[in-house]
Design a protein around this ligand. Structure first.
Ligand code: SAM
Length: 224
């Protein structure tokens, strides 16, 4: 916990830590991984375990060899869960430092880990995935990157495929003192304007000693 707090204080001082220009924010992620130098306590979002709500969803939605992609996979725990649930899984992150780290953590992995930028993805990934999983990326971006990220995420969903979107949530119109900047309903419901049909919305909280953190898991499907 002490290492985590010290790291948090250090990285909060870096350019891009609090948002601002897109190039600074994206460079900040690289710096966080690089400066962590292999210590996961220095990565604020590294739980070193897959998200519980994702595990519950996967229990009812096994992959059976279908293709999945994990958006901005960080250290790889959610991607490994997708793979273990039977999805042929691709996982990418902007930070090659994170990708190398994930490969080191999971040397026997069947996940295809790639360094890639959500805003400049390979053309052959368009509409190529039966499951697109996005966890905590949109909330980590500010300004116009949020809608651009949603556009890029939606474009990956194959006909008949699903999007599972997991982020912190807040009420429409409420203030966010990010990062992270929790998502508002109009942001995730915008996937319906991008050709996806709403399947479900699950609201839940994560309890911390000093606060309660609202979350949403929203599921969408592209018509076949
Ligand atoms: C808050 S972390 C979440 C990581 C992981 N999805 C999780 O649930 O733990 C946000 C991640 O987004 C990545 N990221 C930020 N901008 C990106 C971009 N344009 N393309 C790909 N990854 C990006 C960062 O490097 C970081 O690993």
């Amino acid at each position: 916990m002490a290492r985590r707090d010290a790291a948090r204080q250090r990285i909060d001082q870096l350019t891009g830590a609090l948002g601002g220009a897109a190039k600074d924010r994206l460079a900040w992620f690289h710096t966080v991984y690089r400066e962590a130098a292999g210590d996961p306590a220095a990565i604020p979002w590294a739980d070193l375990a897959p998200k519980q709500v994702l595990m519950e969803w996967l229990a009812d939605n096994p992959g059976k060899g279908r293709r999945a992609i994990d958006i901005a996979c960080g250290l790889g725990d959610n991607a490994e869960a997708l793979s273990a649930a039977g999805y042929r899984t691709t996982a990418f992150d902007l930070a090659e430092e994170a990708i190398d780290w994930a490969k080191t953590r999971f040397p026997e992995s069947r996940v295809d880990y790639r360094a890639a930028d959500l805003f400049d993805l390979p053309a052959d990934w368009t509409a190529a995935f039966d499951l697109v999983h996005e966890c905590y990326t949109v909330q980590a971006l500010d300004g116009d990157m949020r809608n651009r990220a949603a556009d890029a995420i939606a474009a990956l969903v194959a006909p008949g495929g699903k999007l599972v979107f997991i982020n912190r949530s807040r009420e429409e119109g409420s203030e966010a003192k990010g990062p992270p900047w929790p998502v508002v309903p109009s942001e995730w419901r915008r996937f319906a304007d991008l050709g996806l049909e709403p399947v479900s919305e699950r609201f839940y909280t994560i309890e911390r000693p000093d606060r309660t953190i609202p979350h949403v898991m929203a599921v969408f499907q592209r018509p076949a």
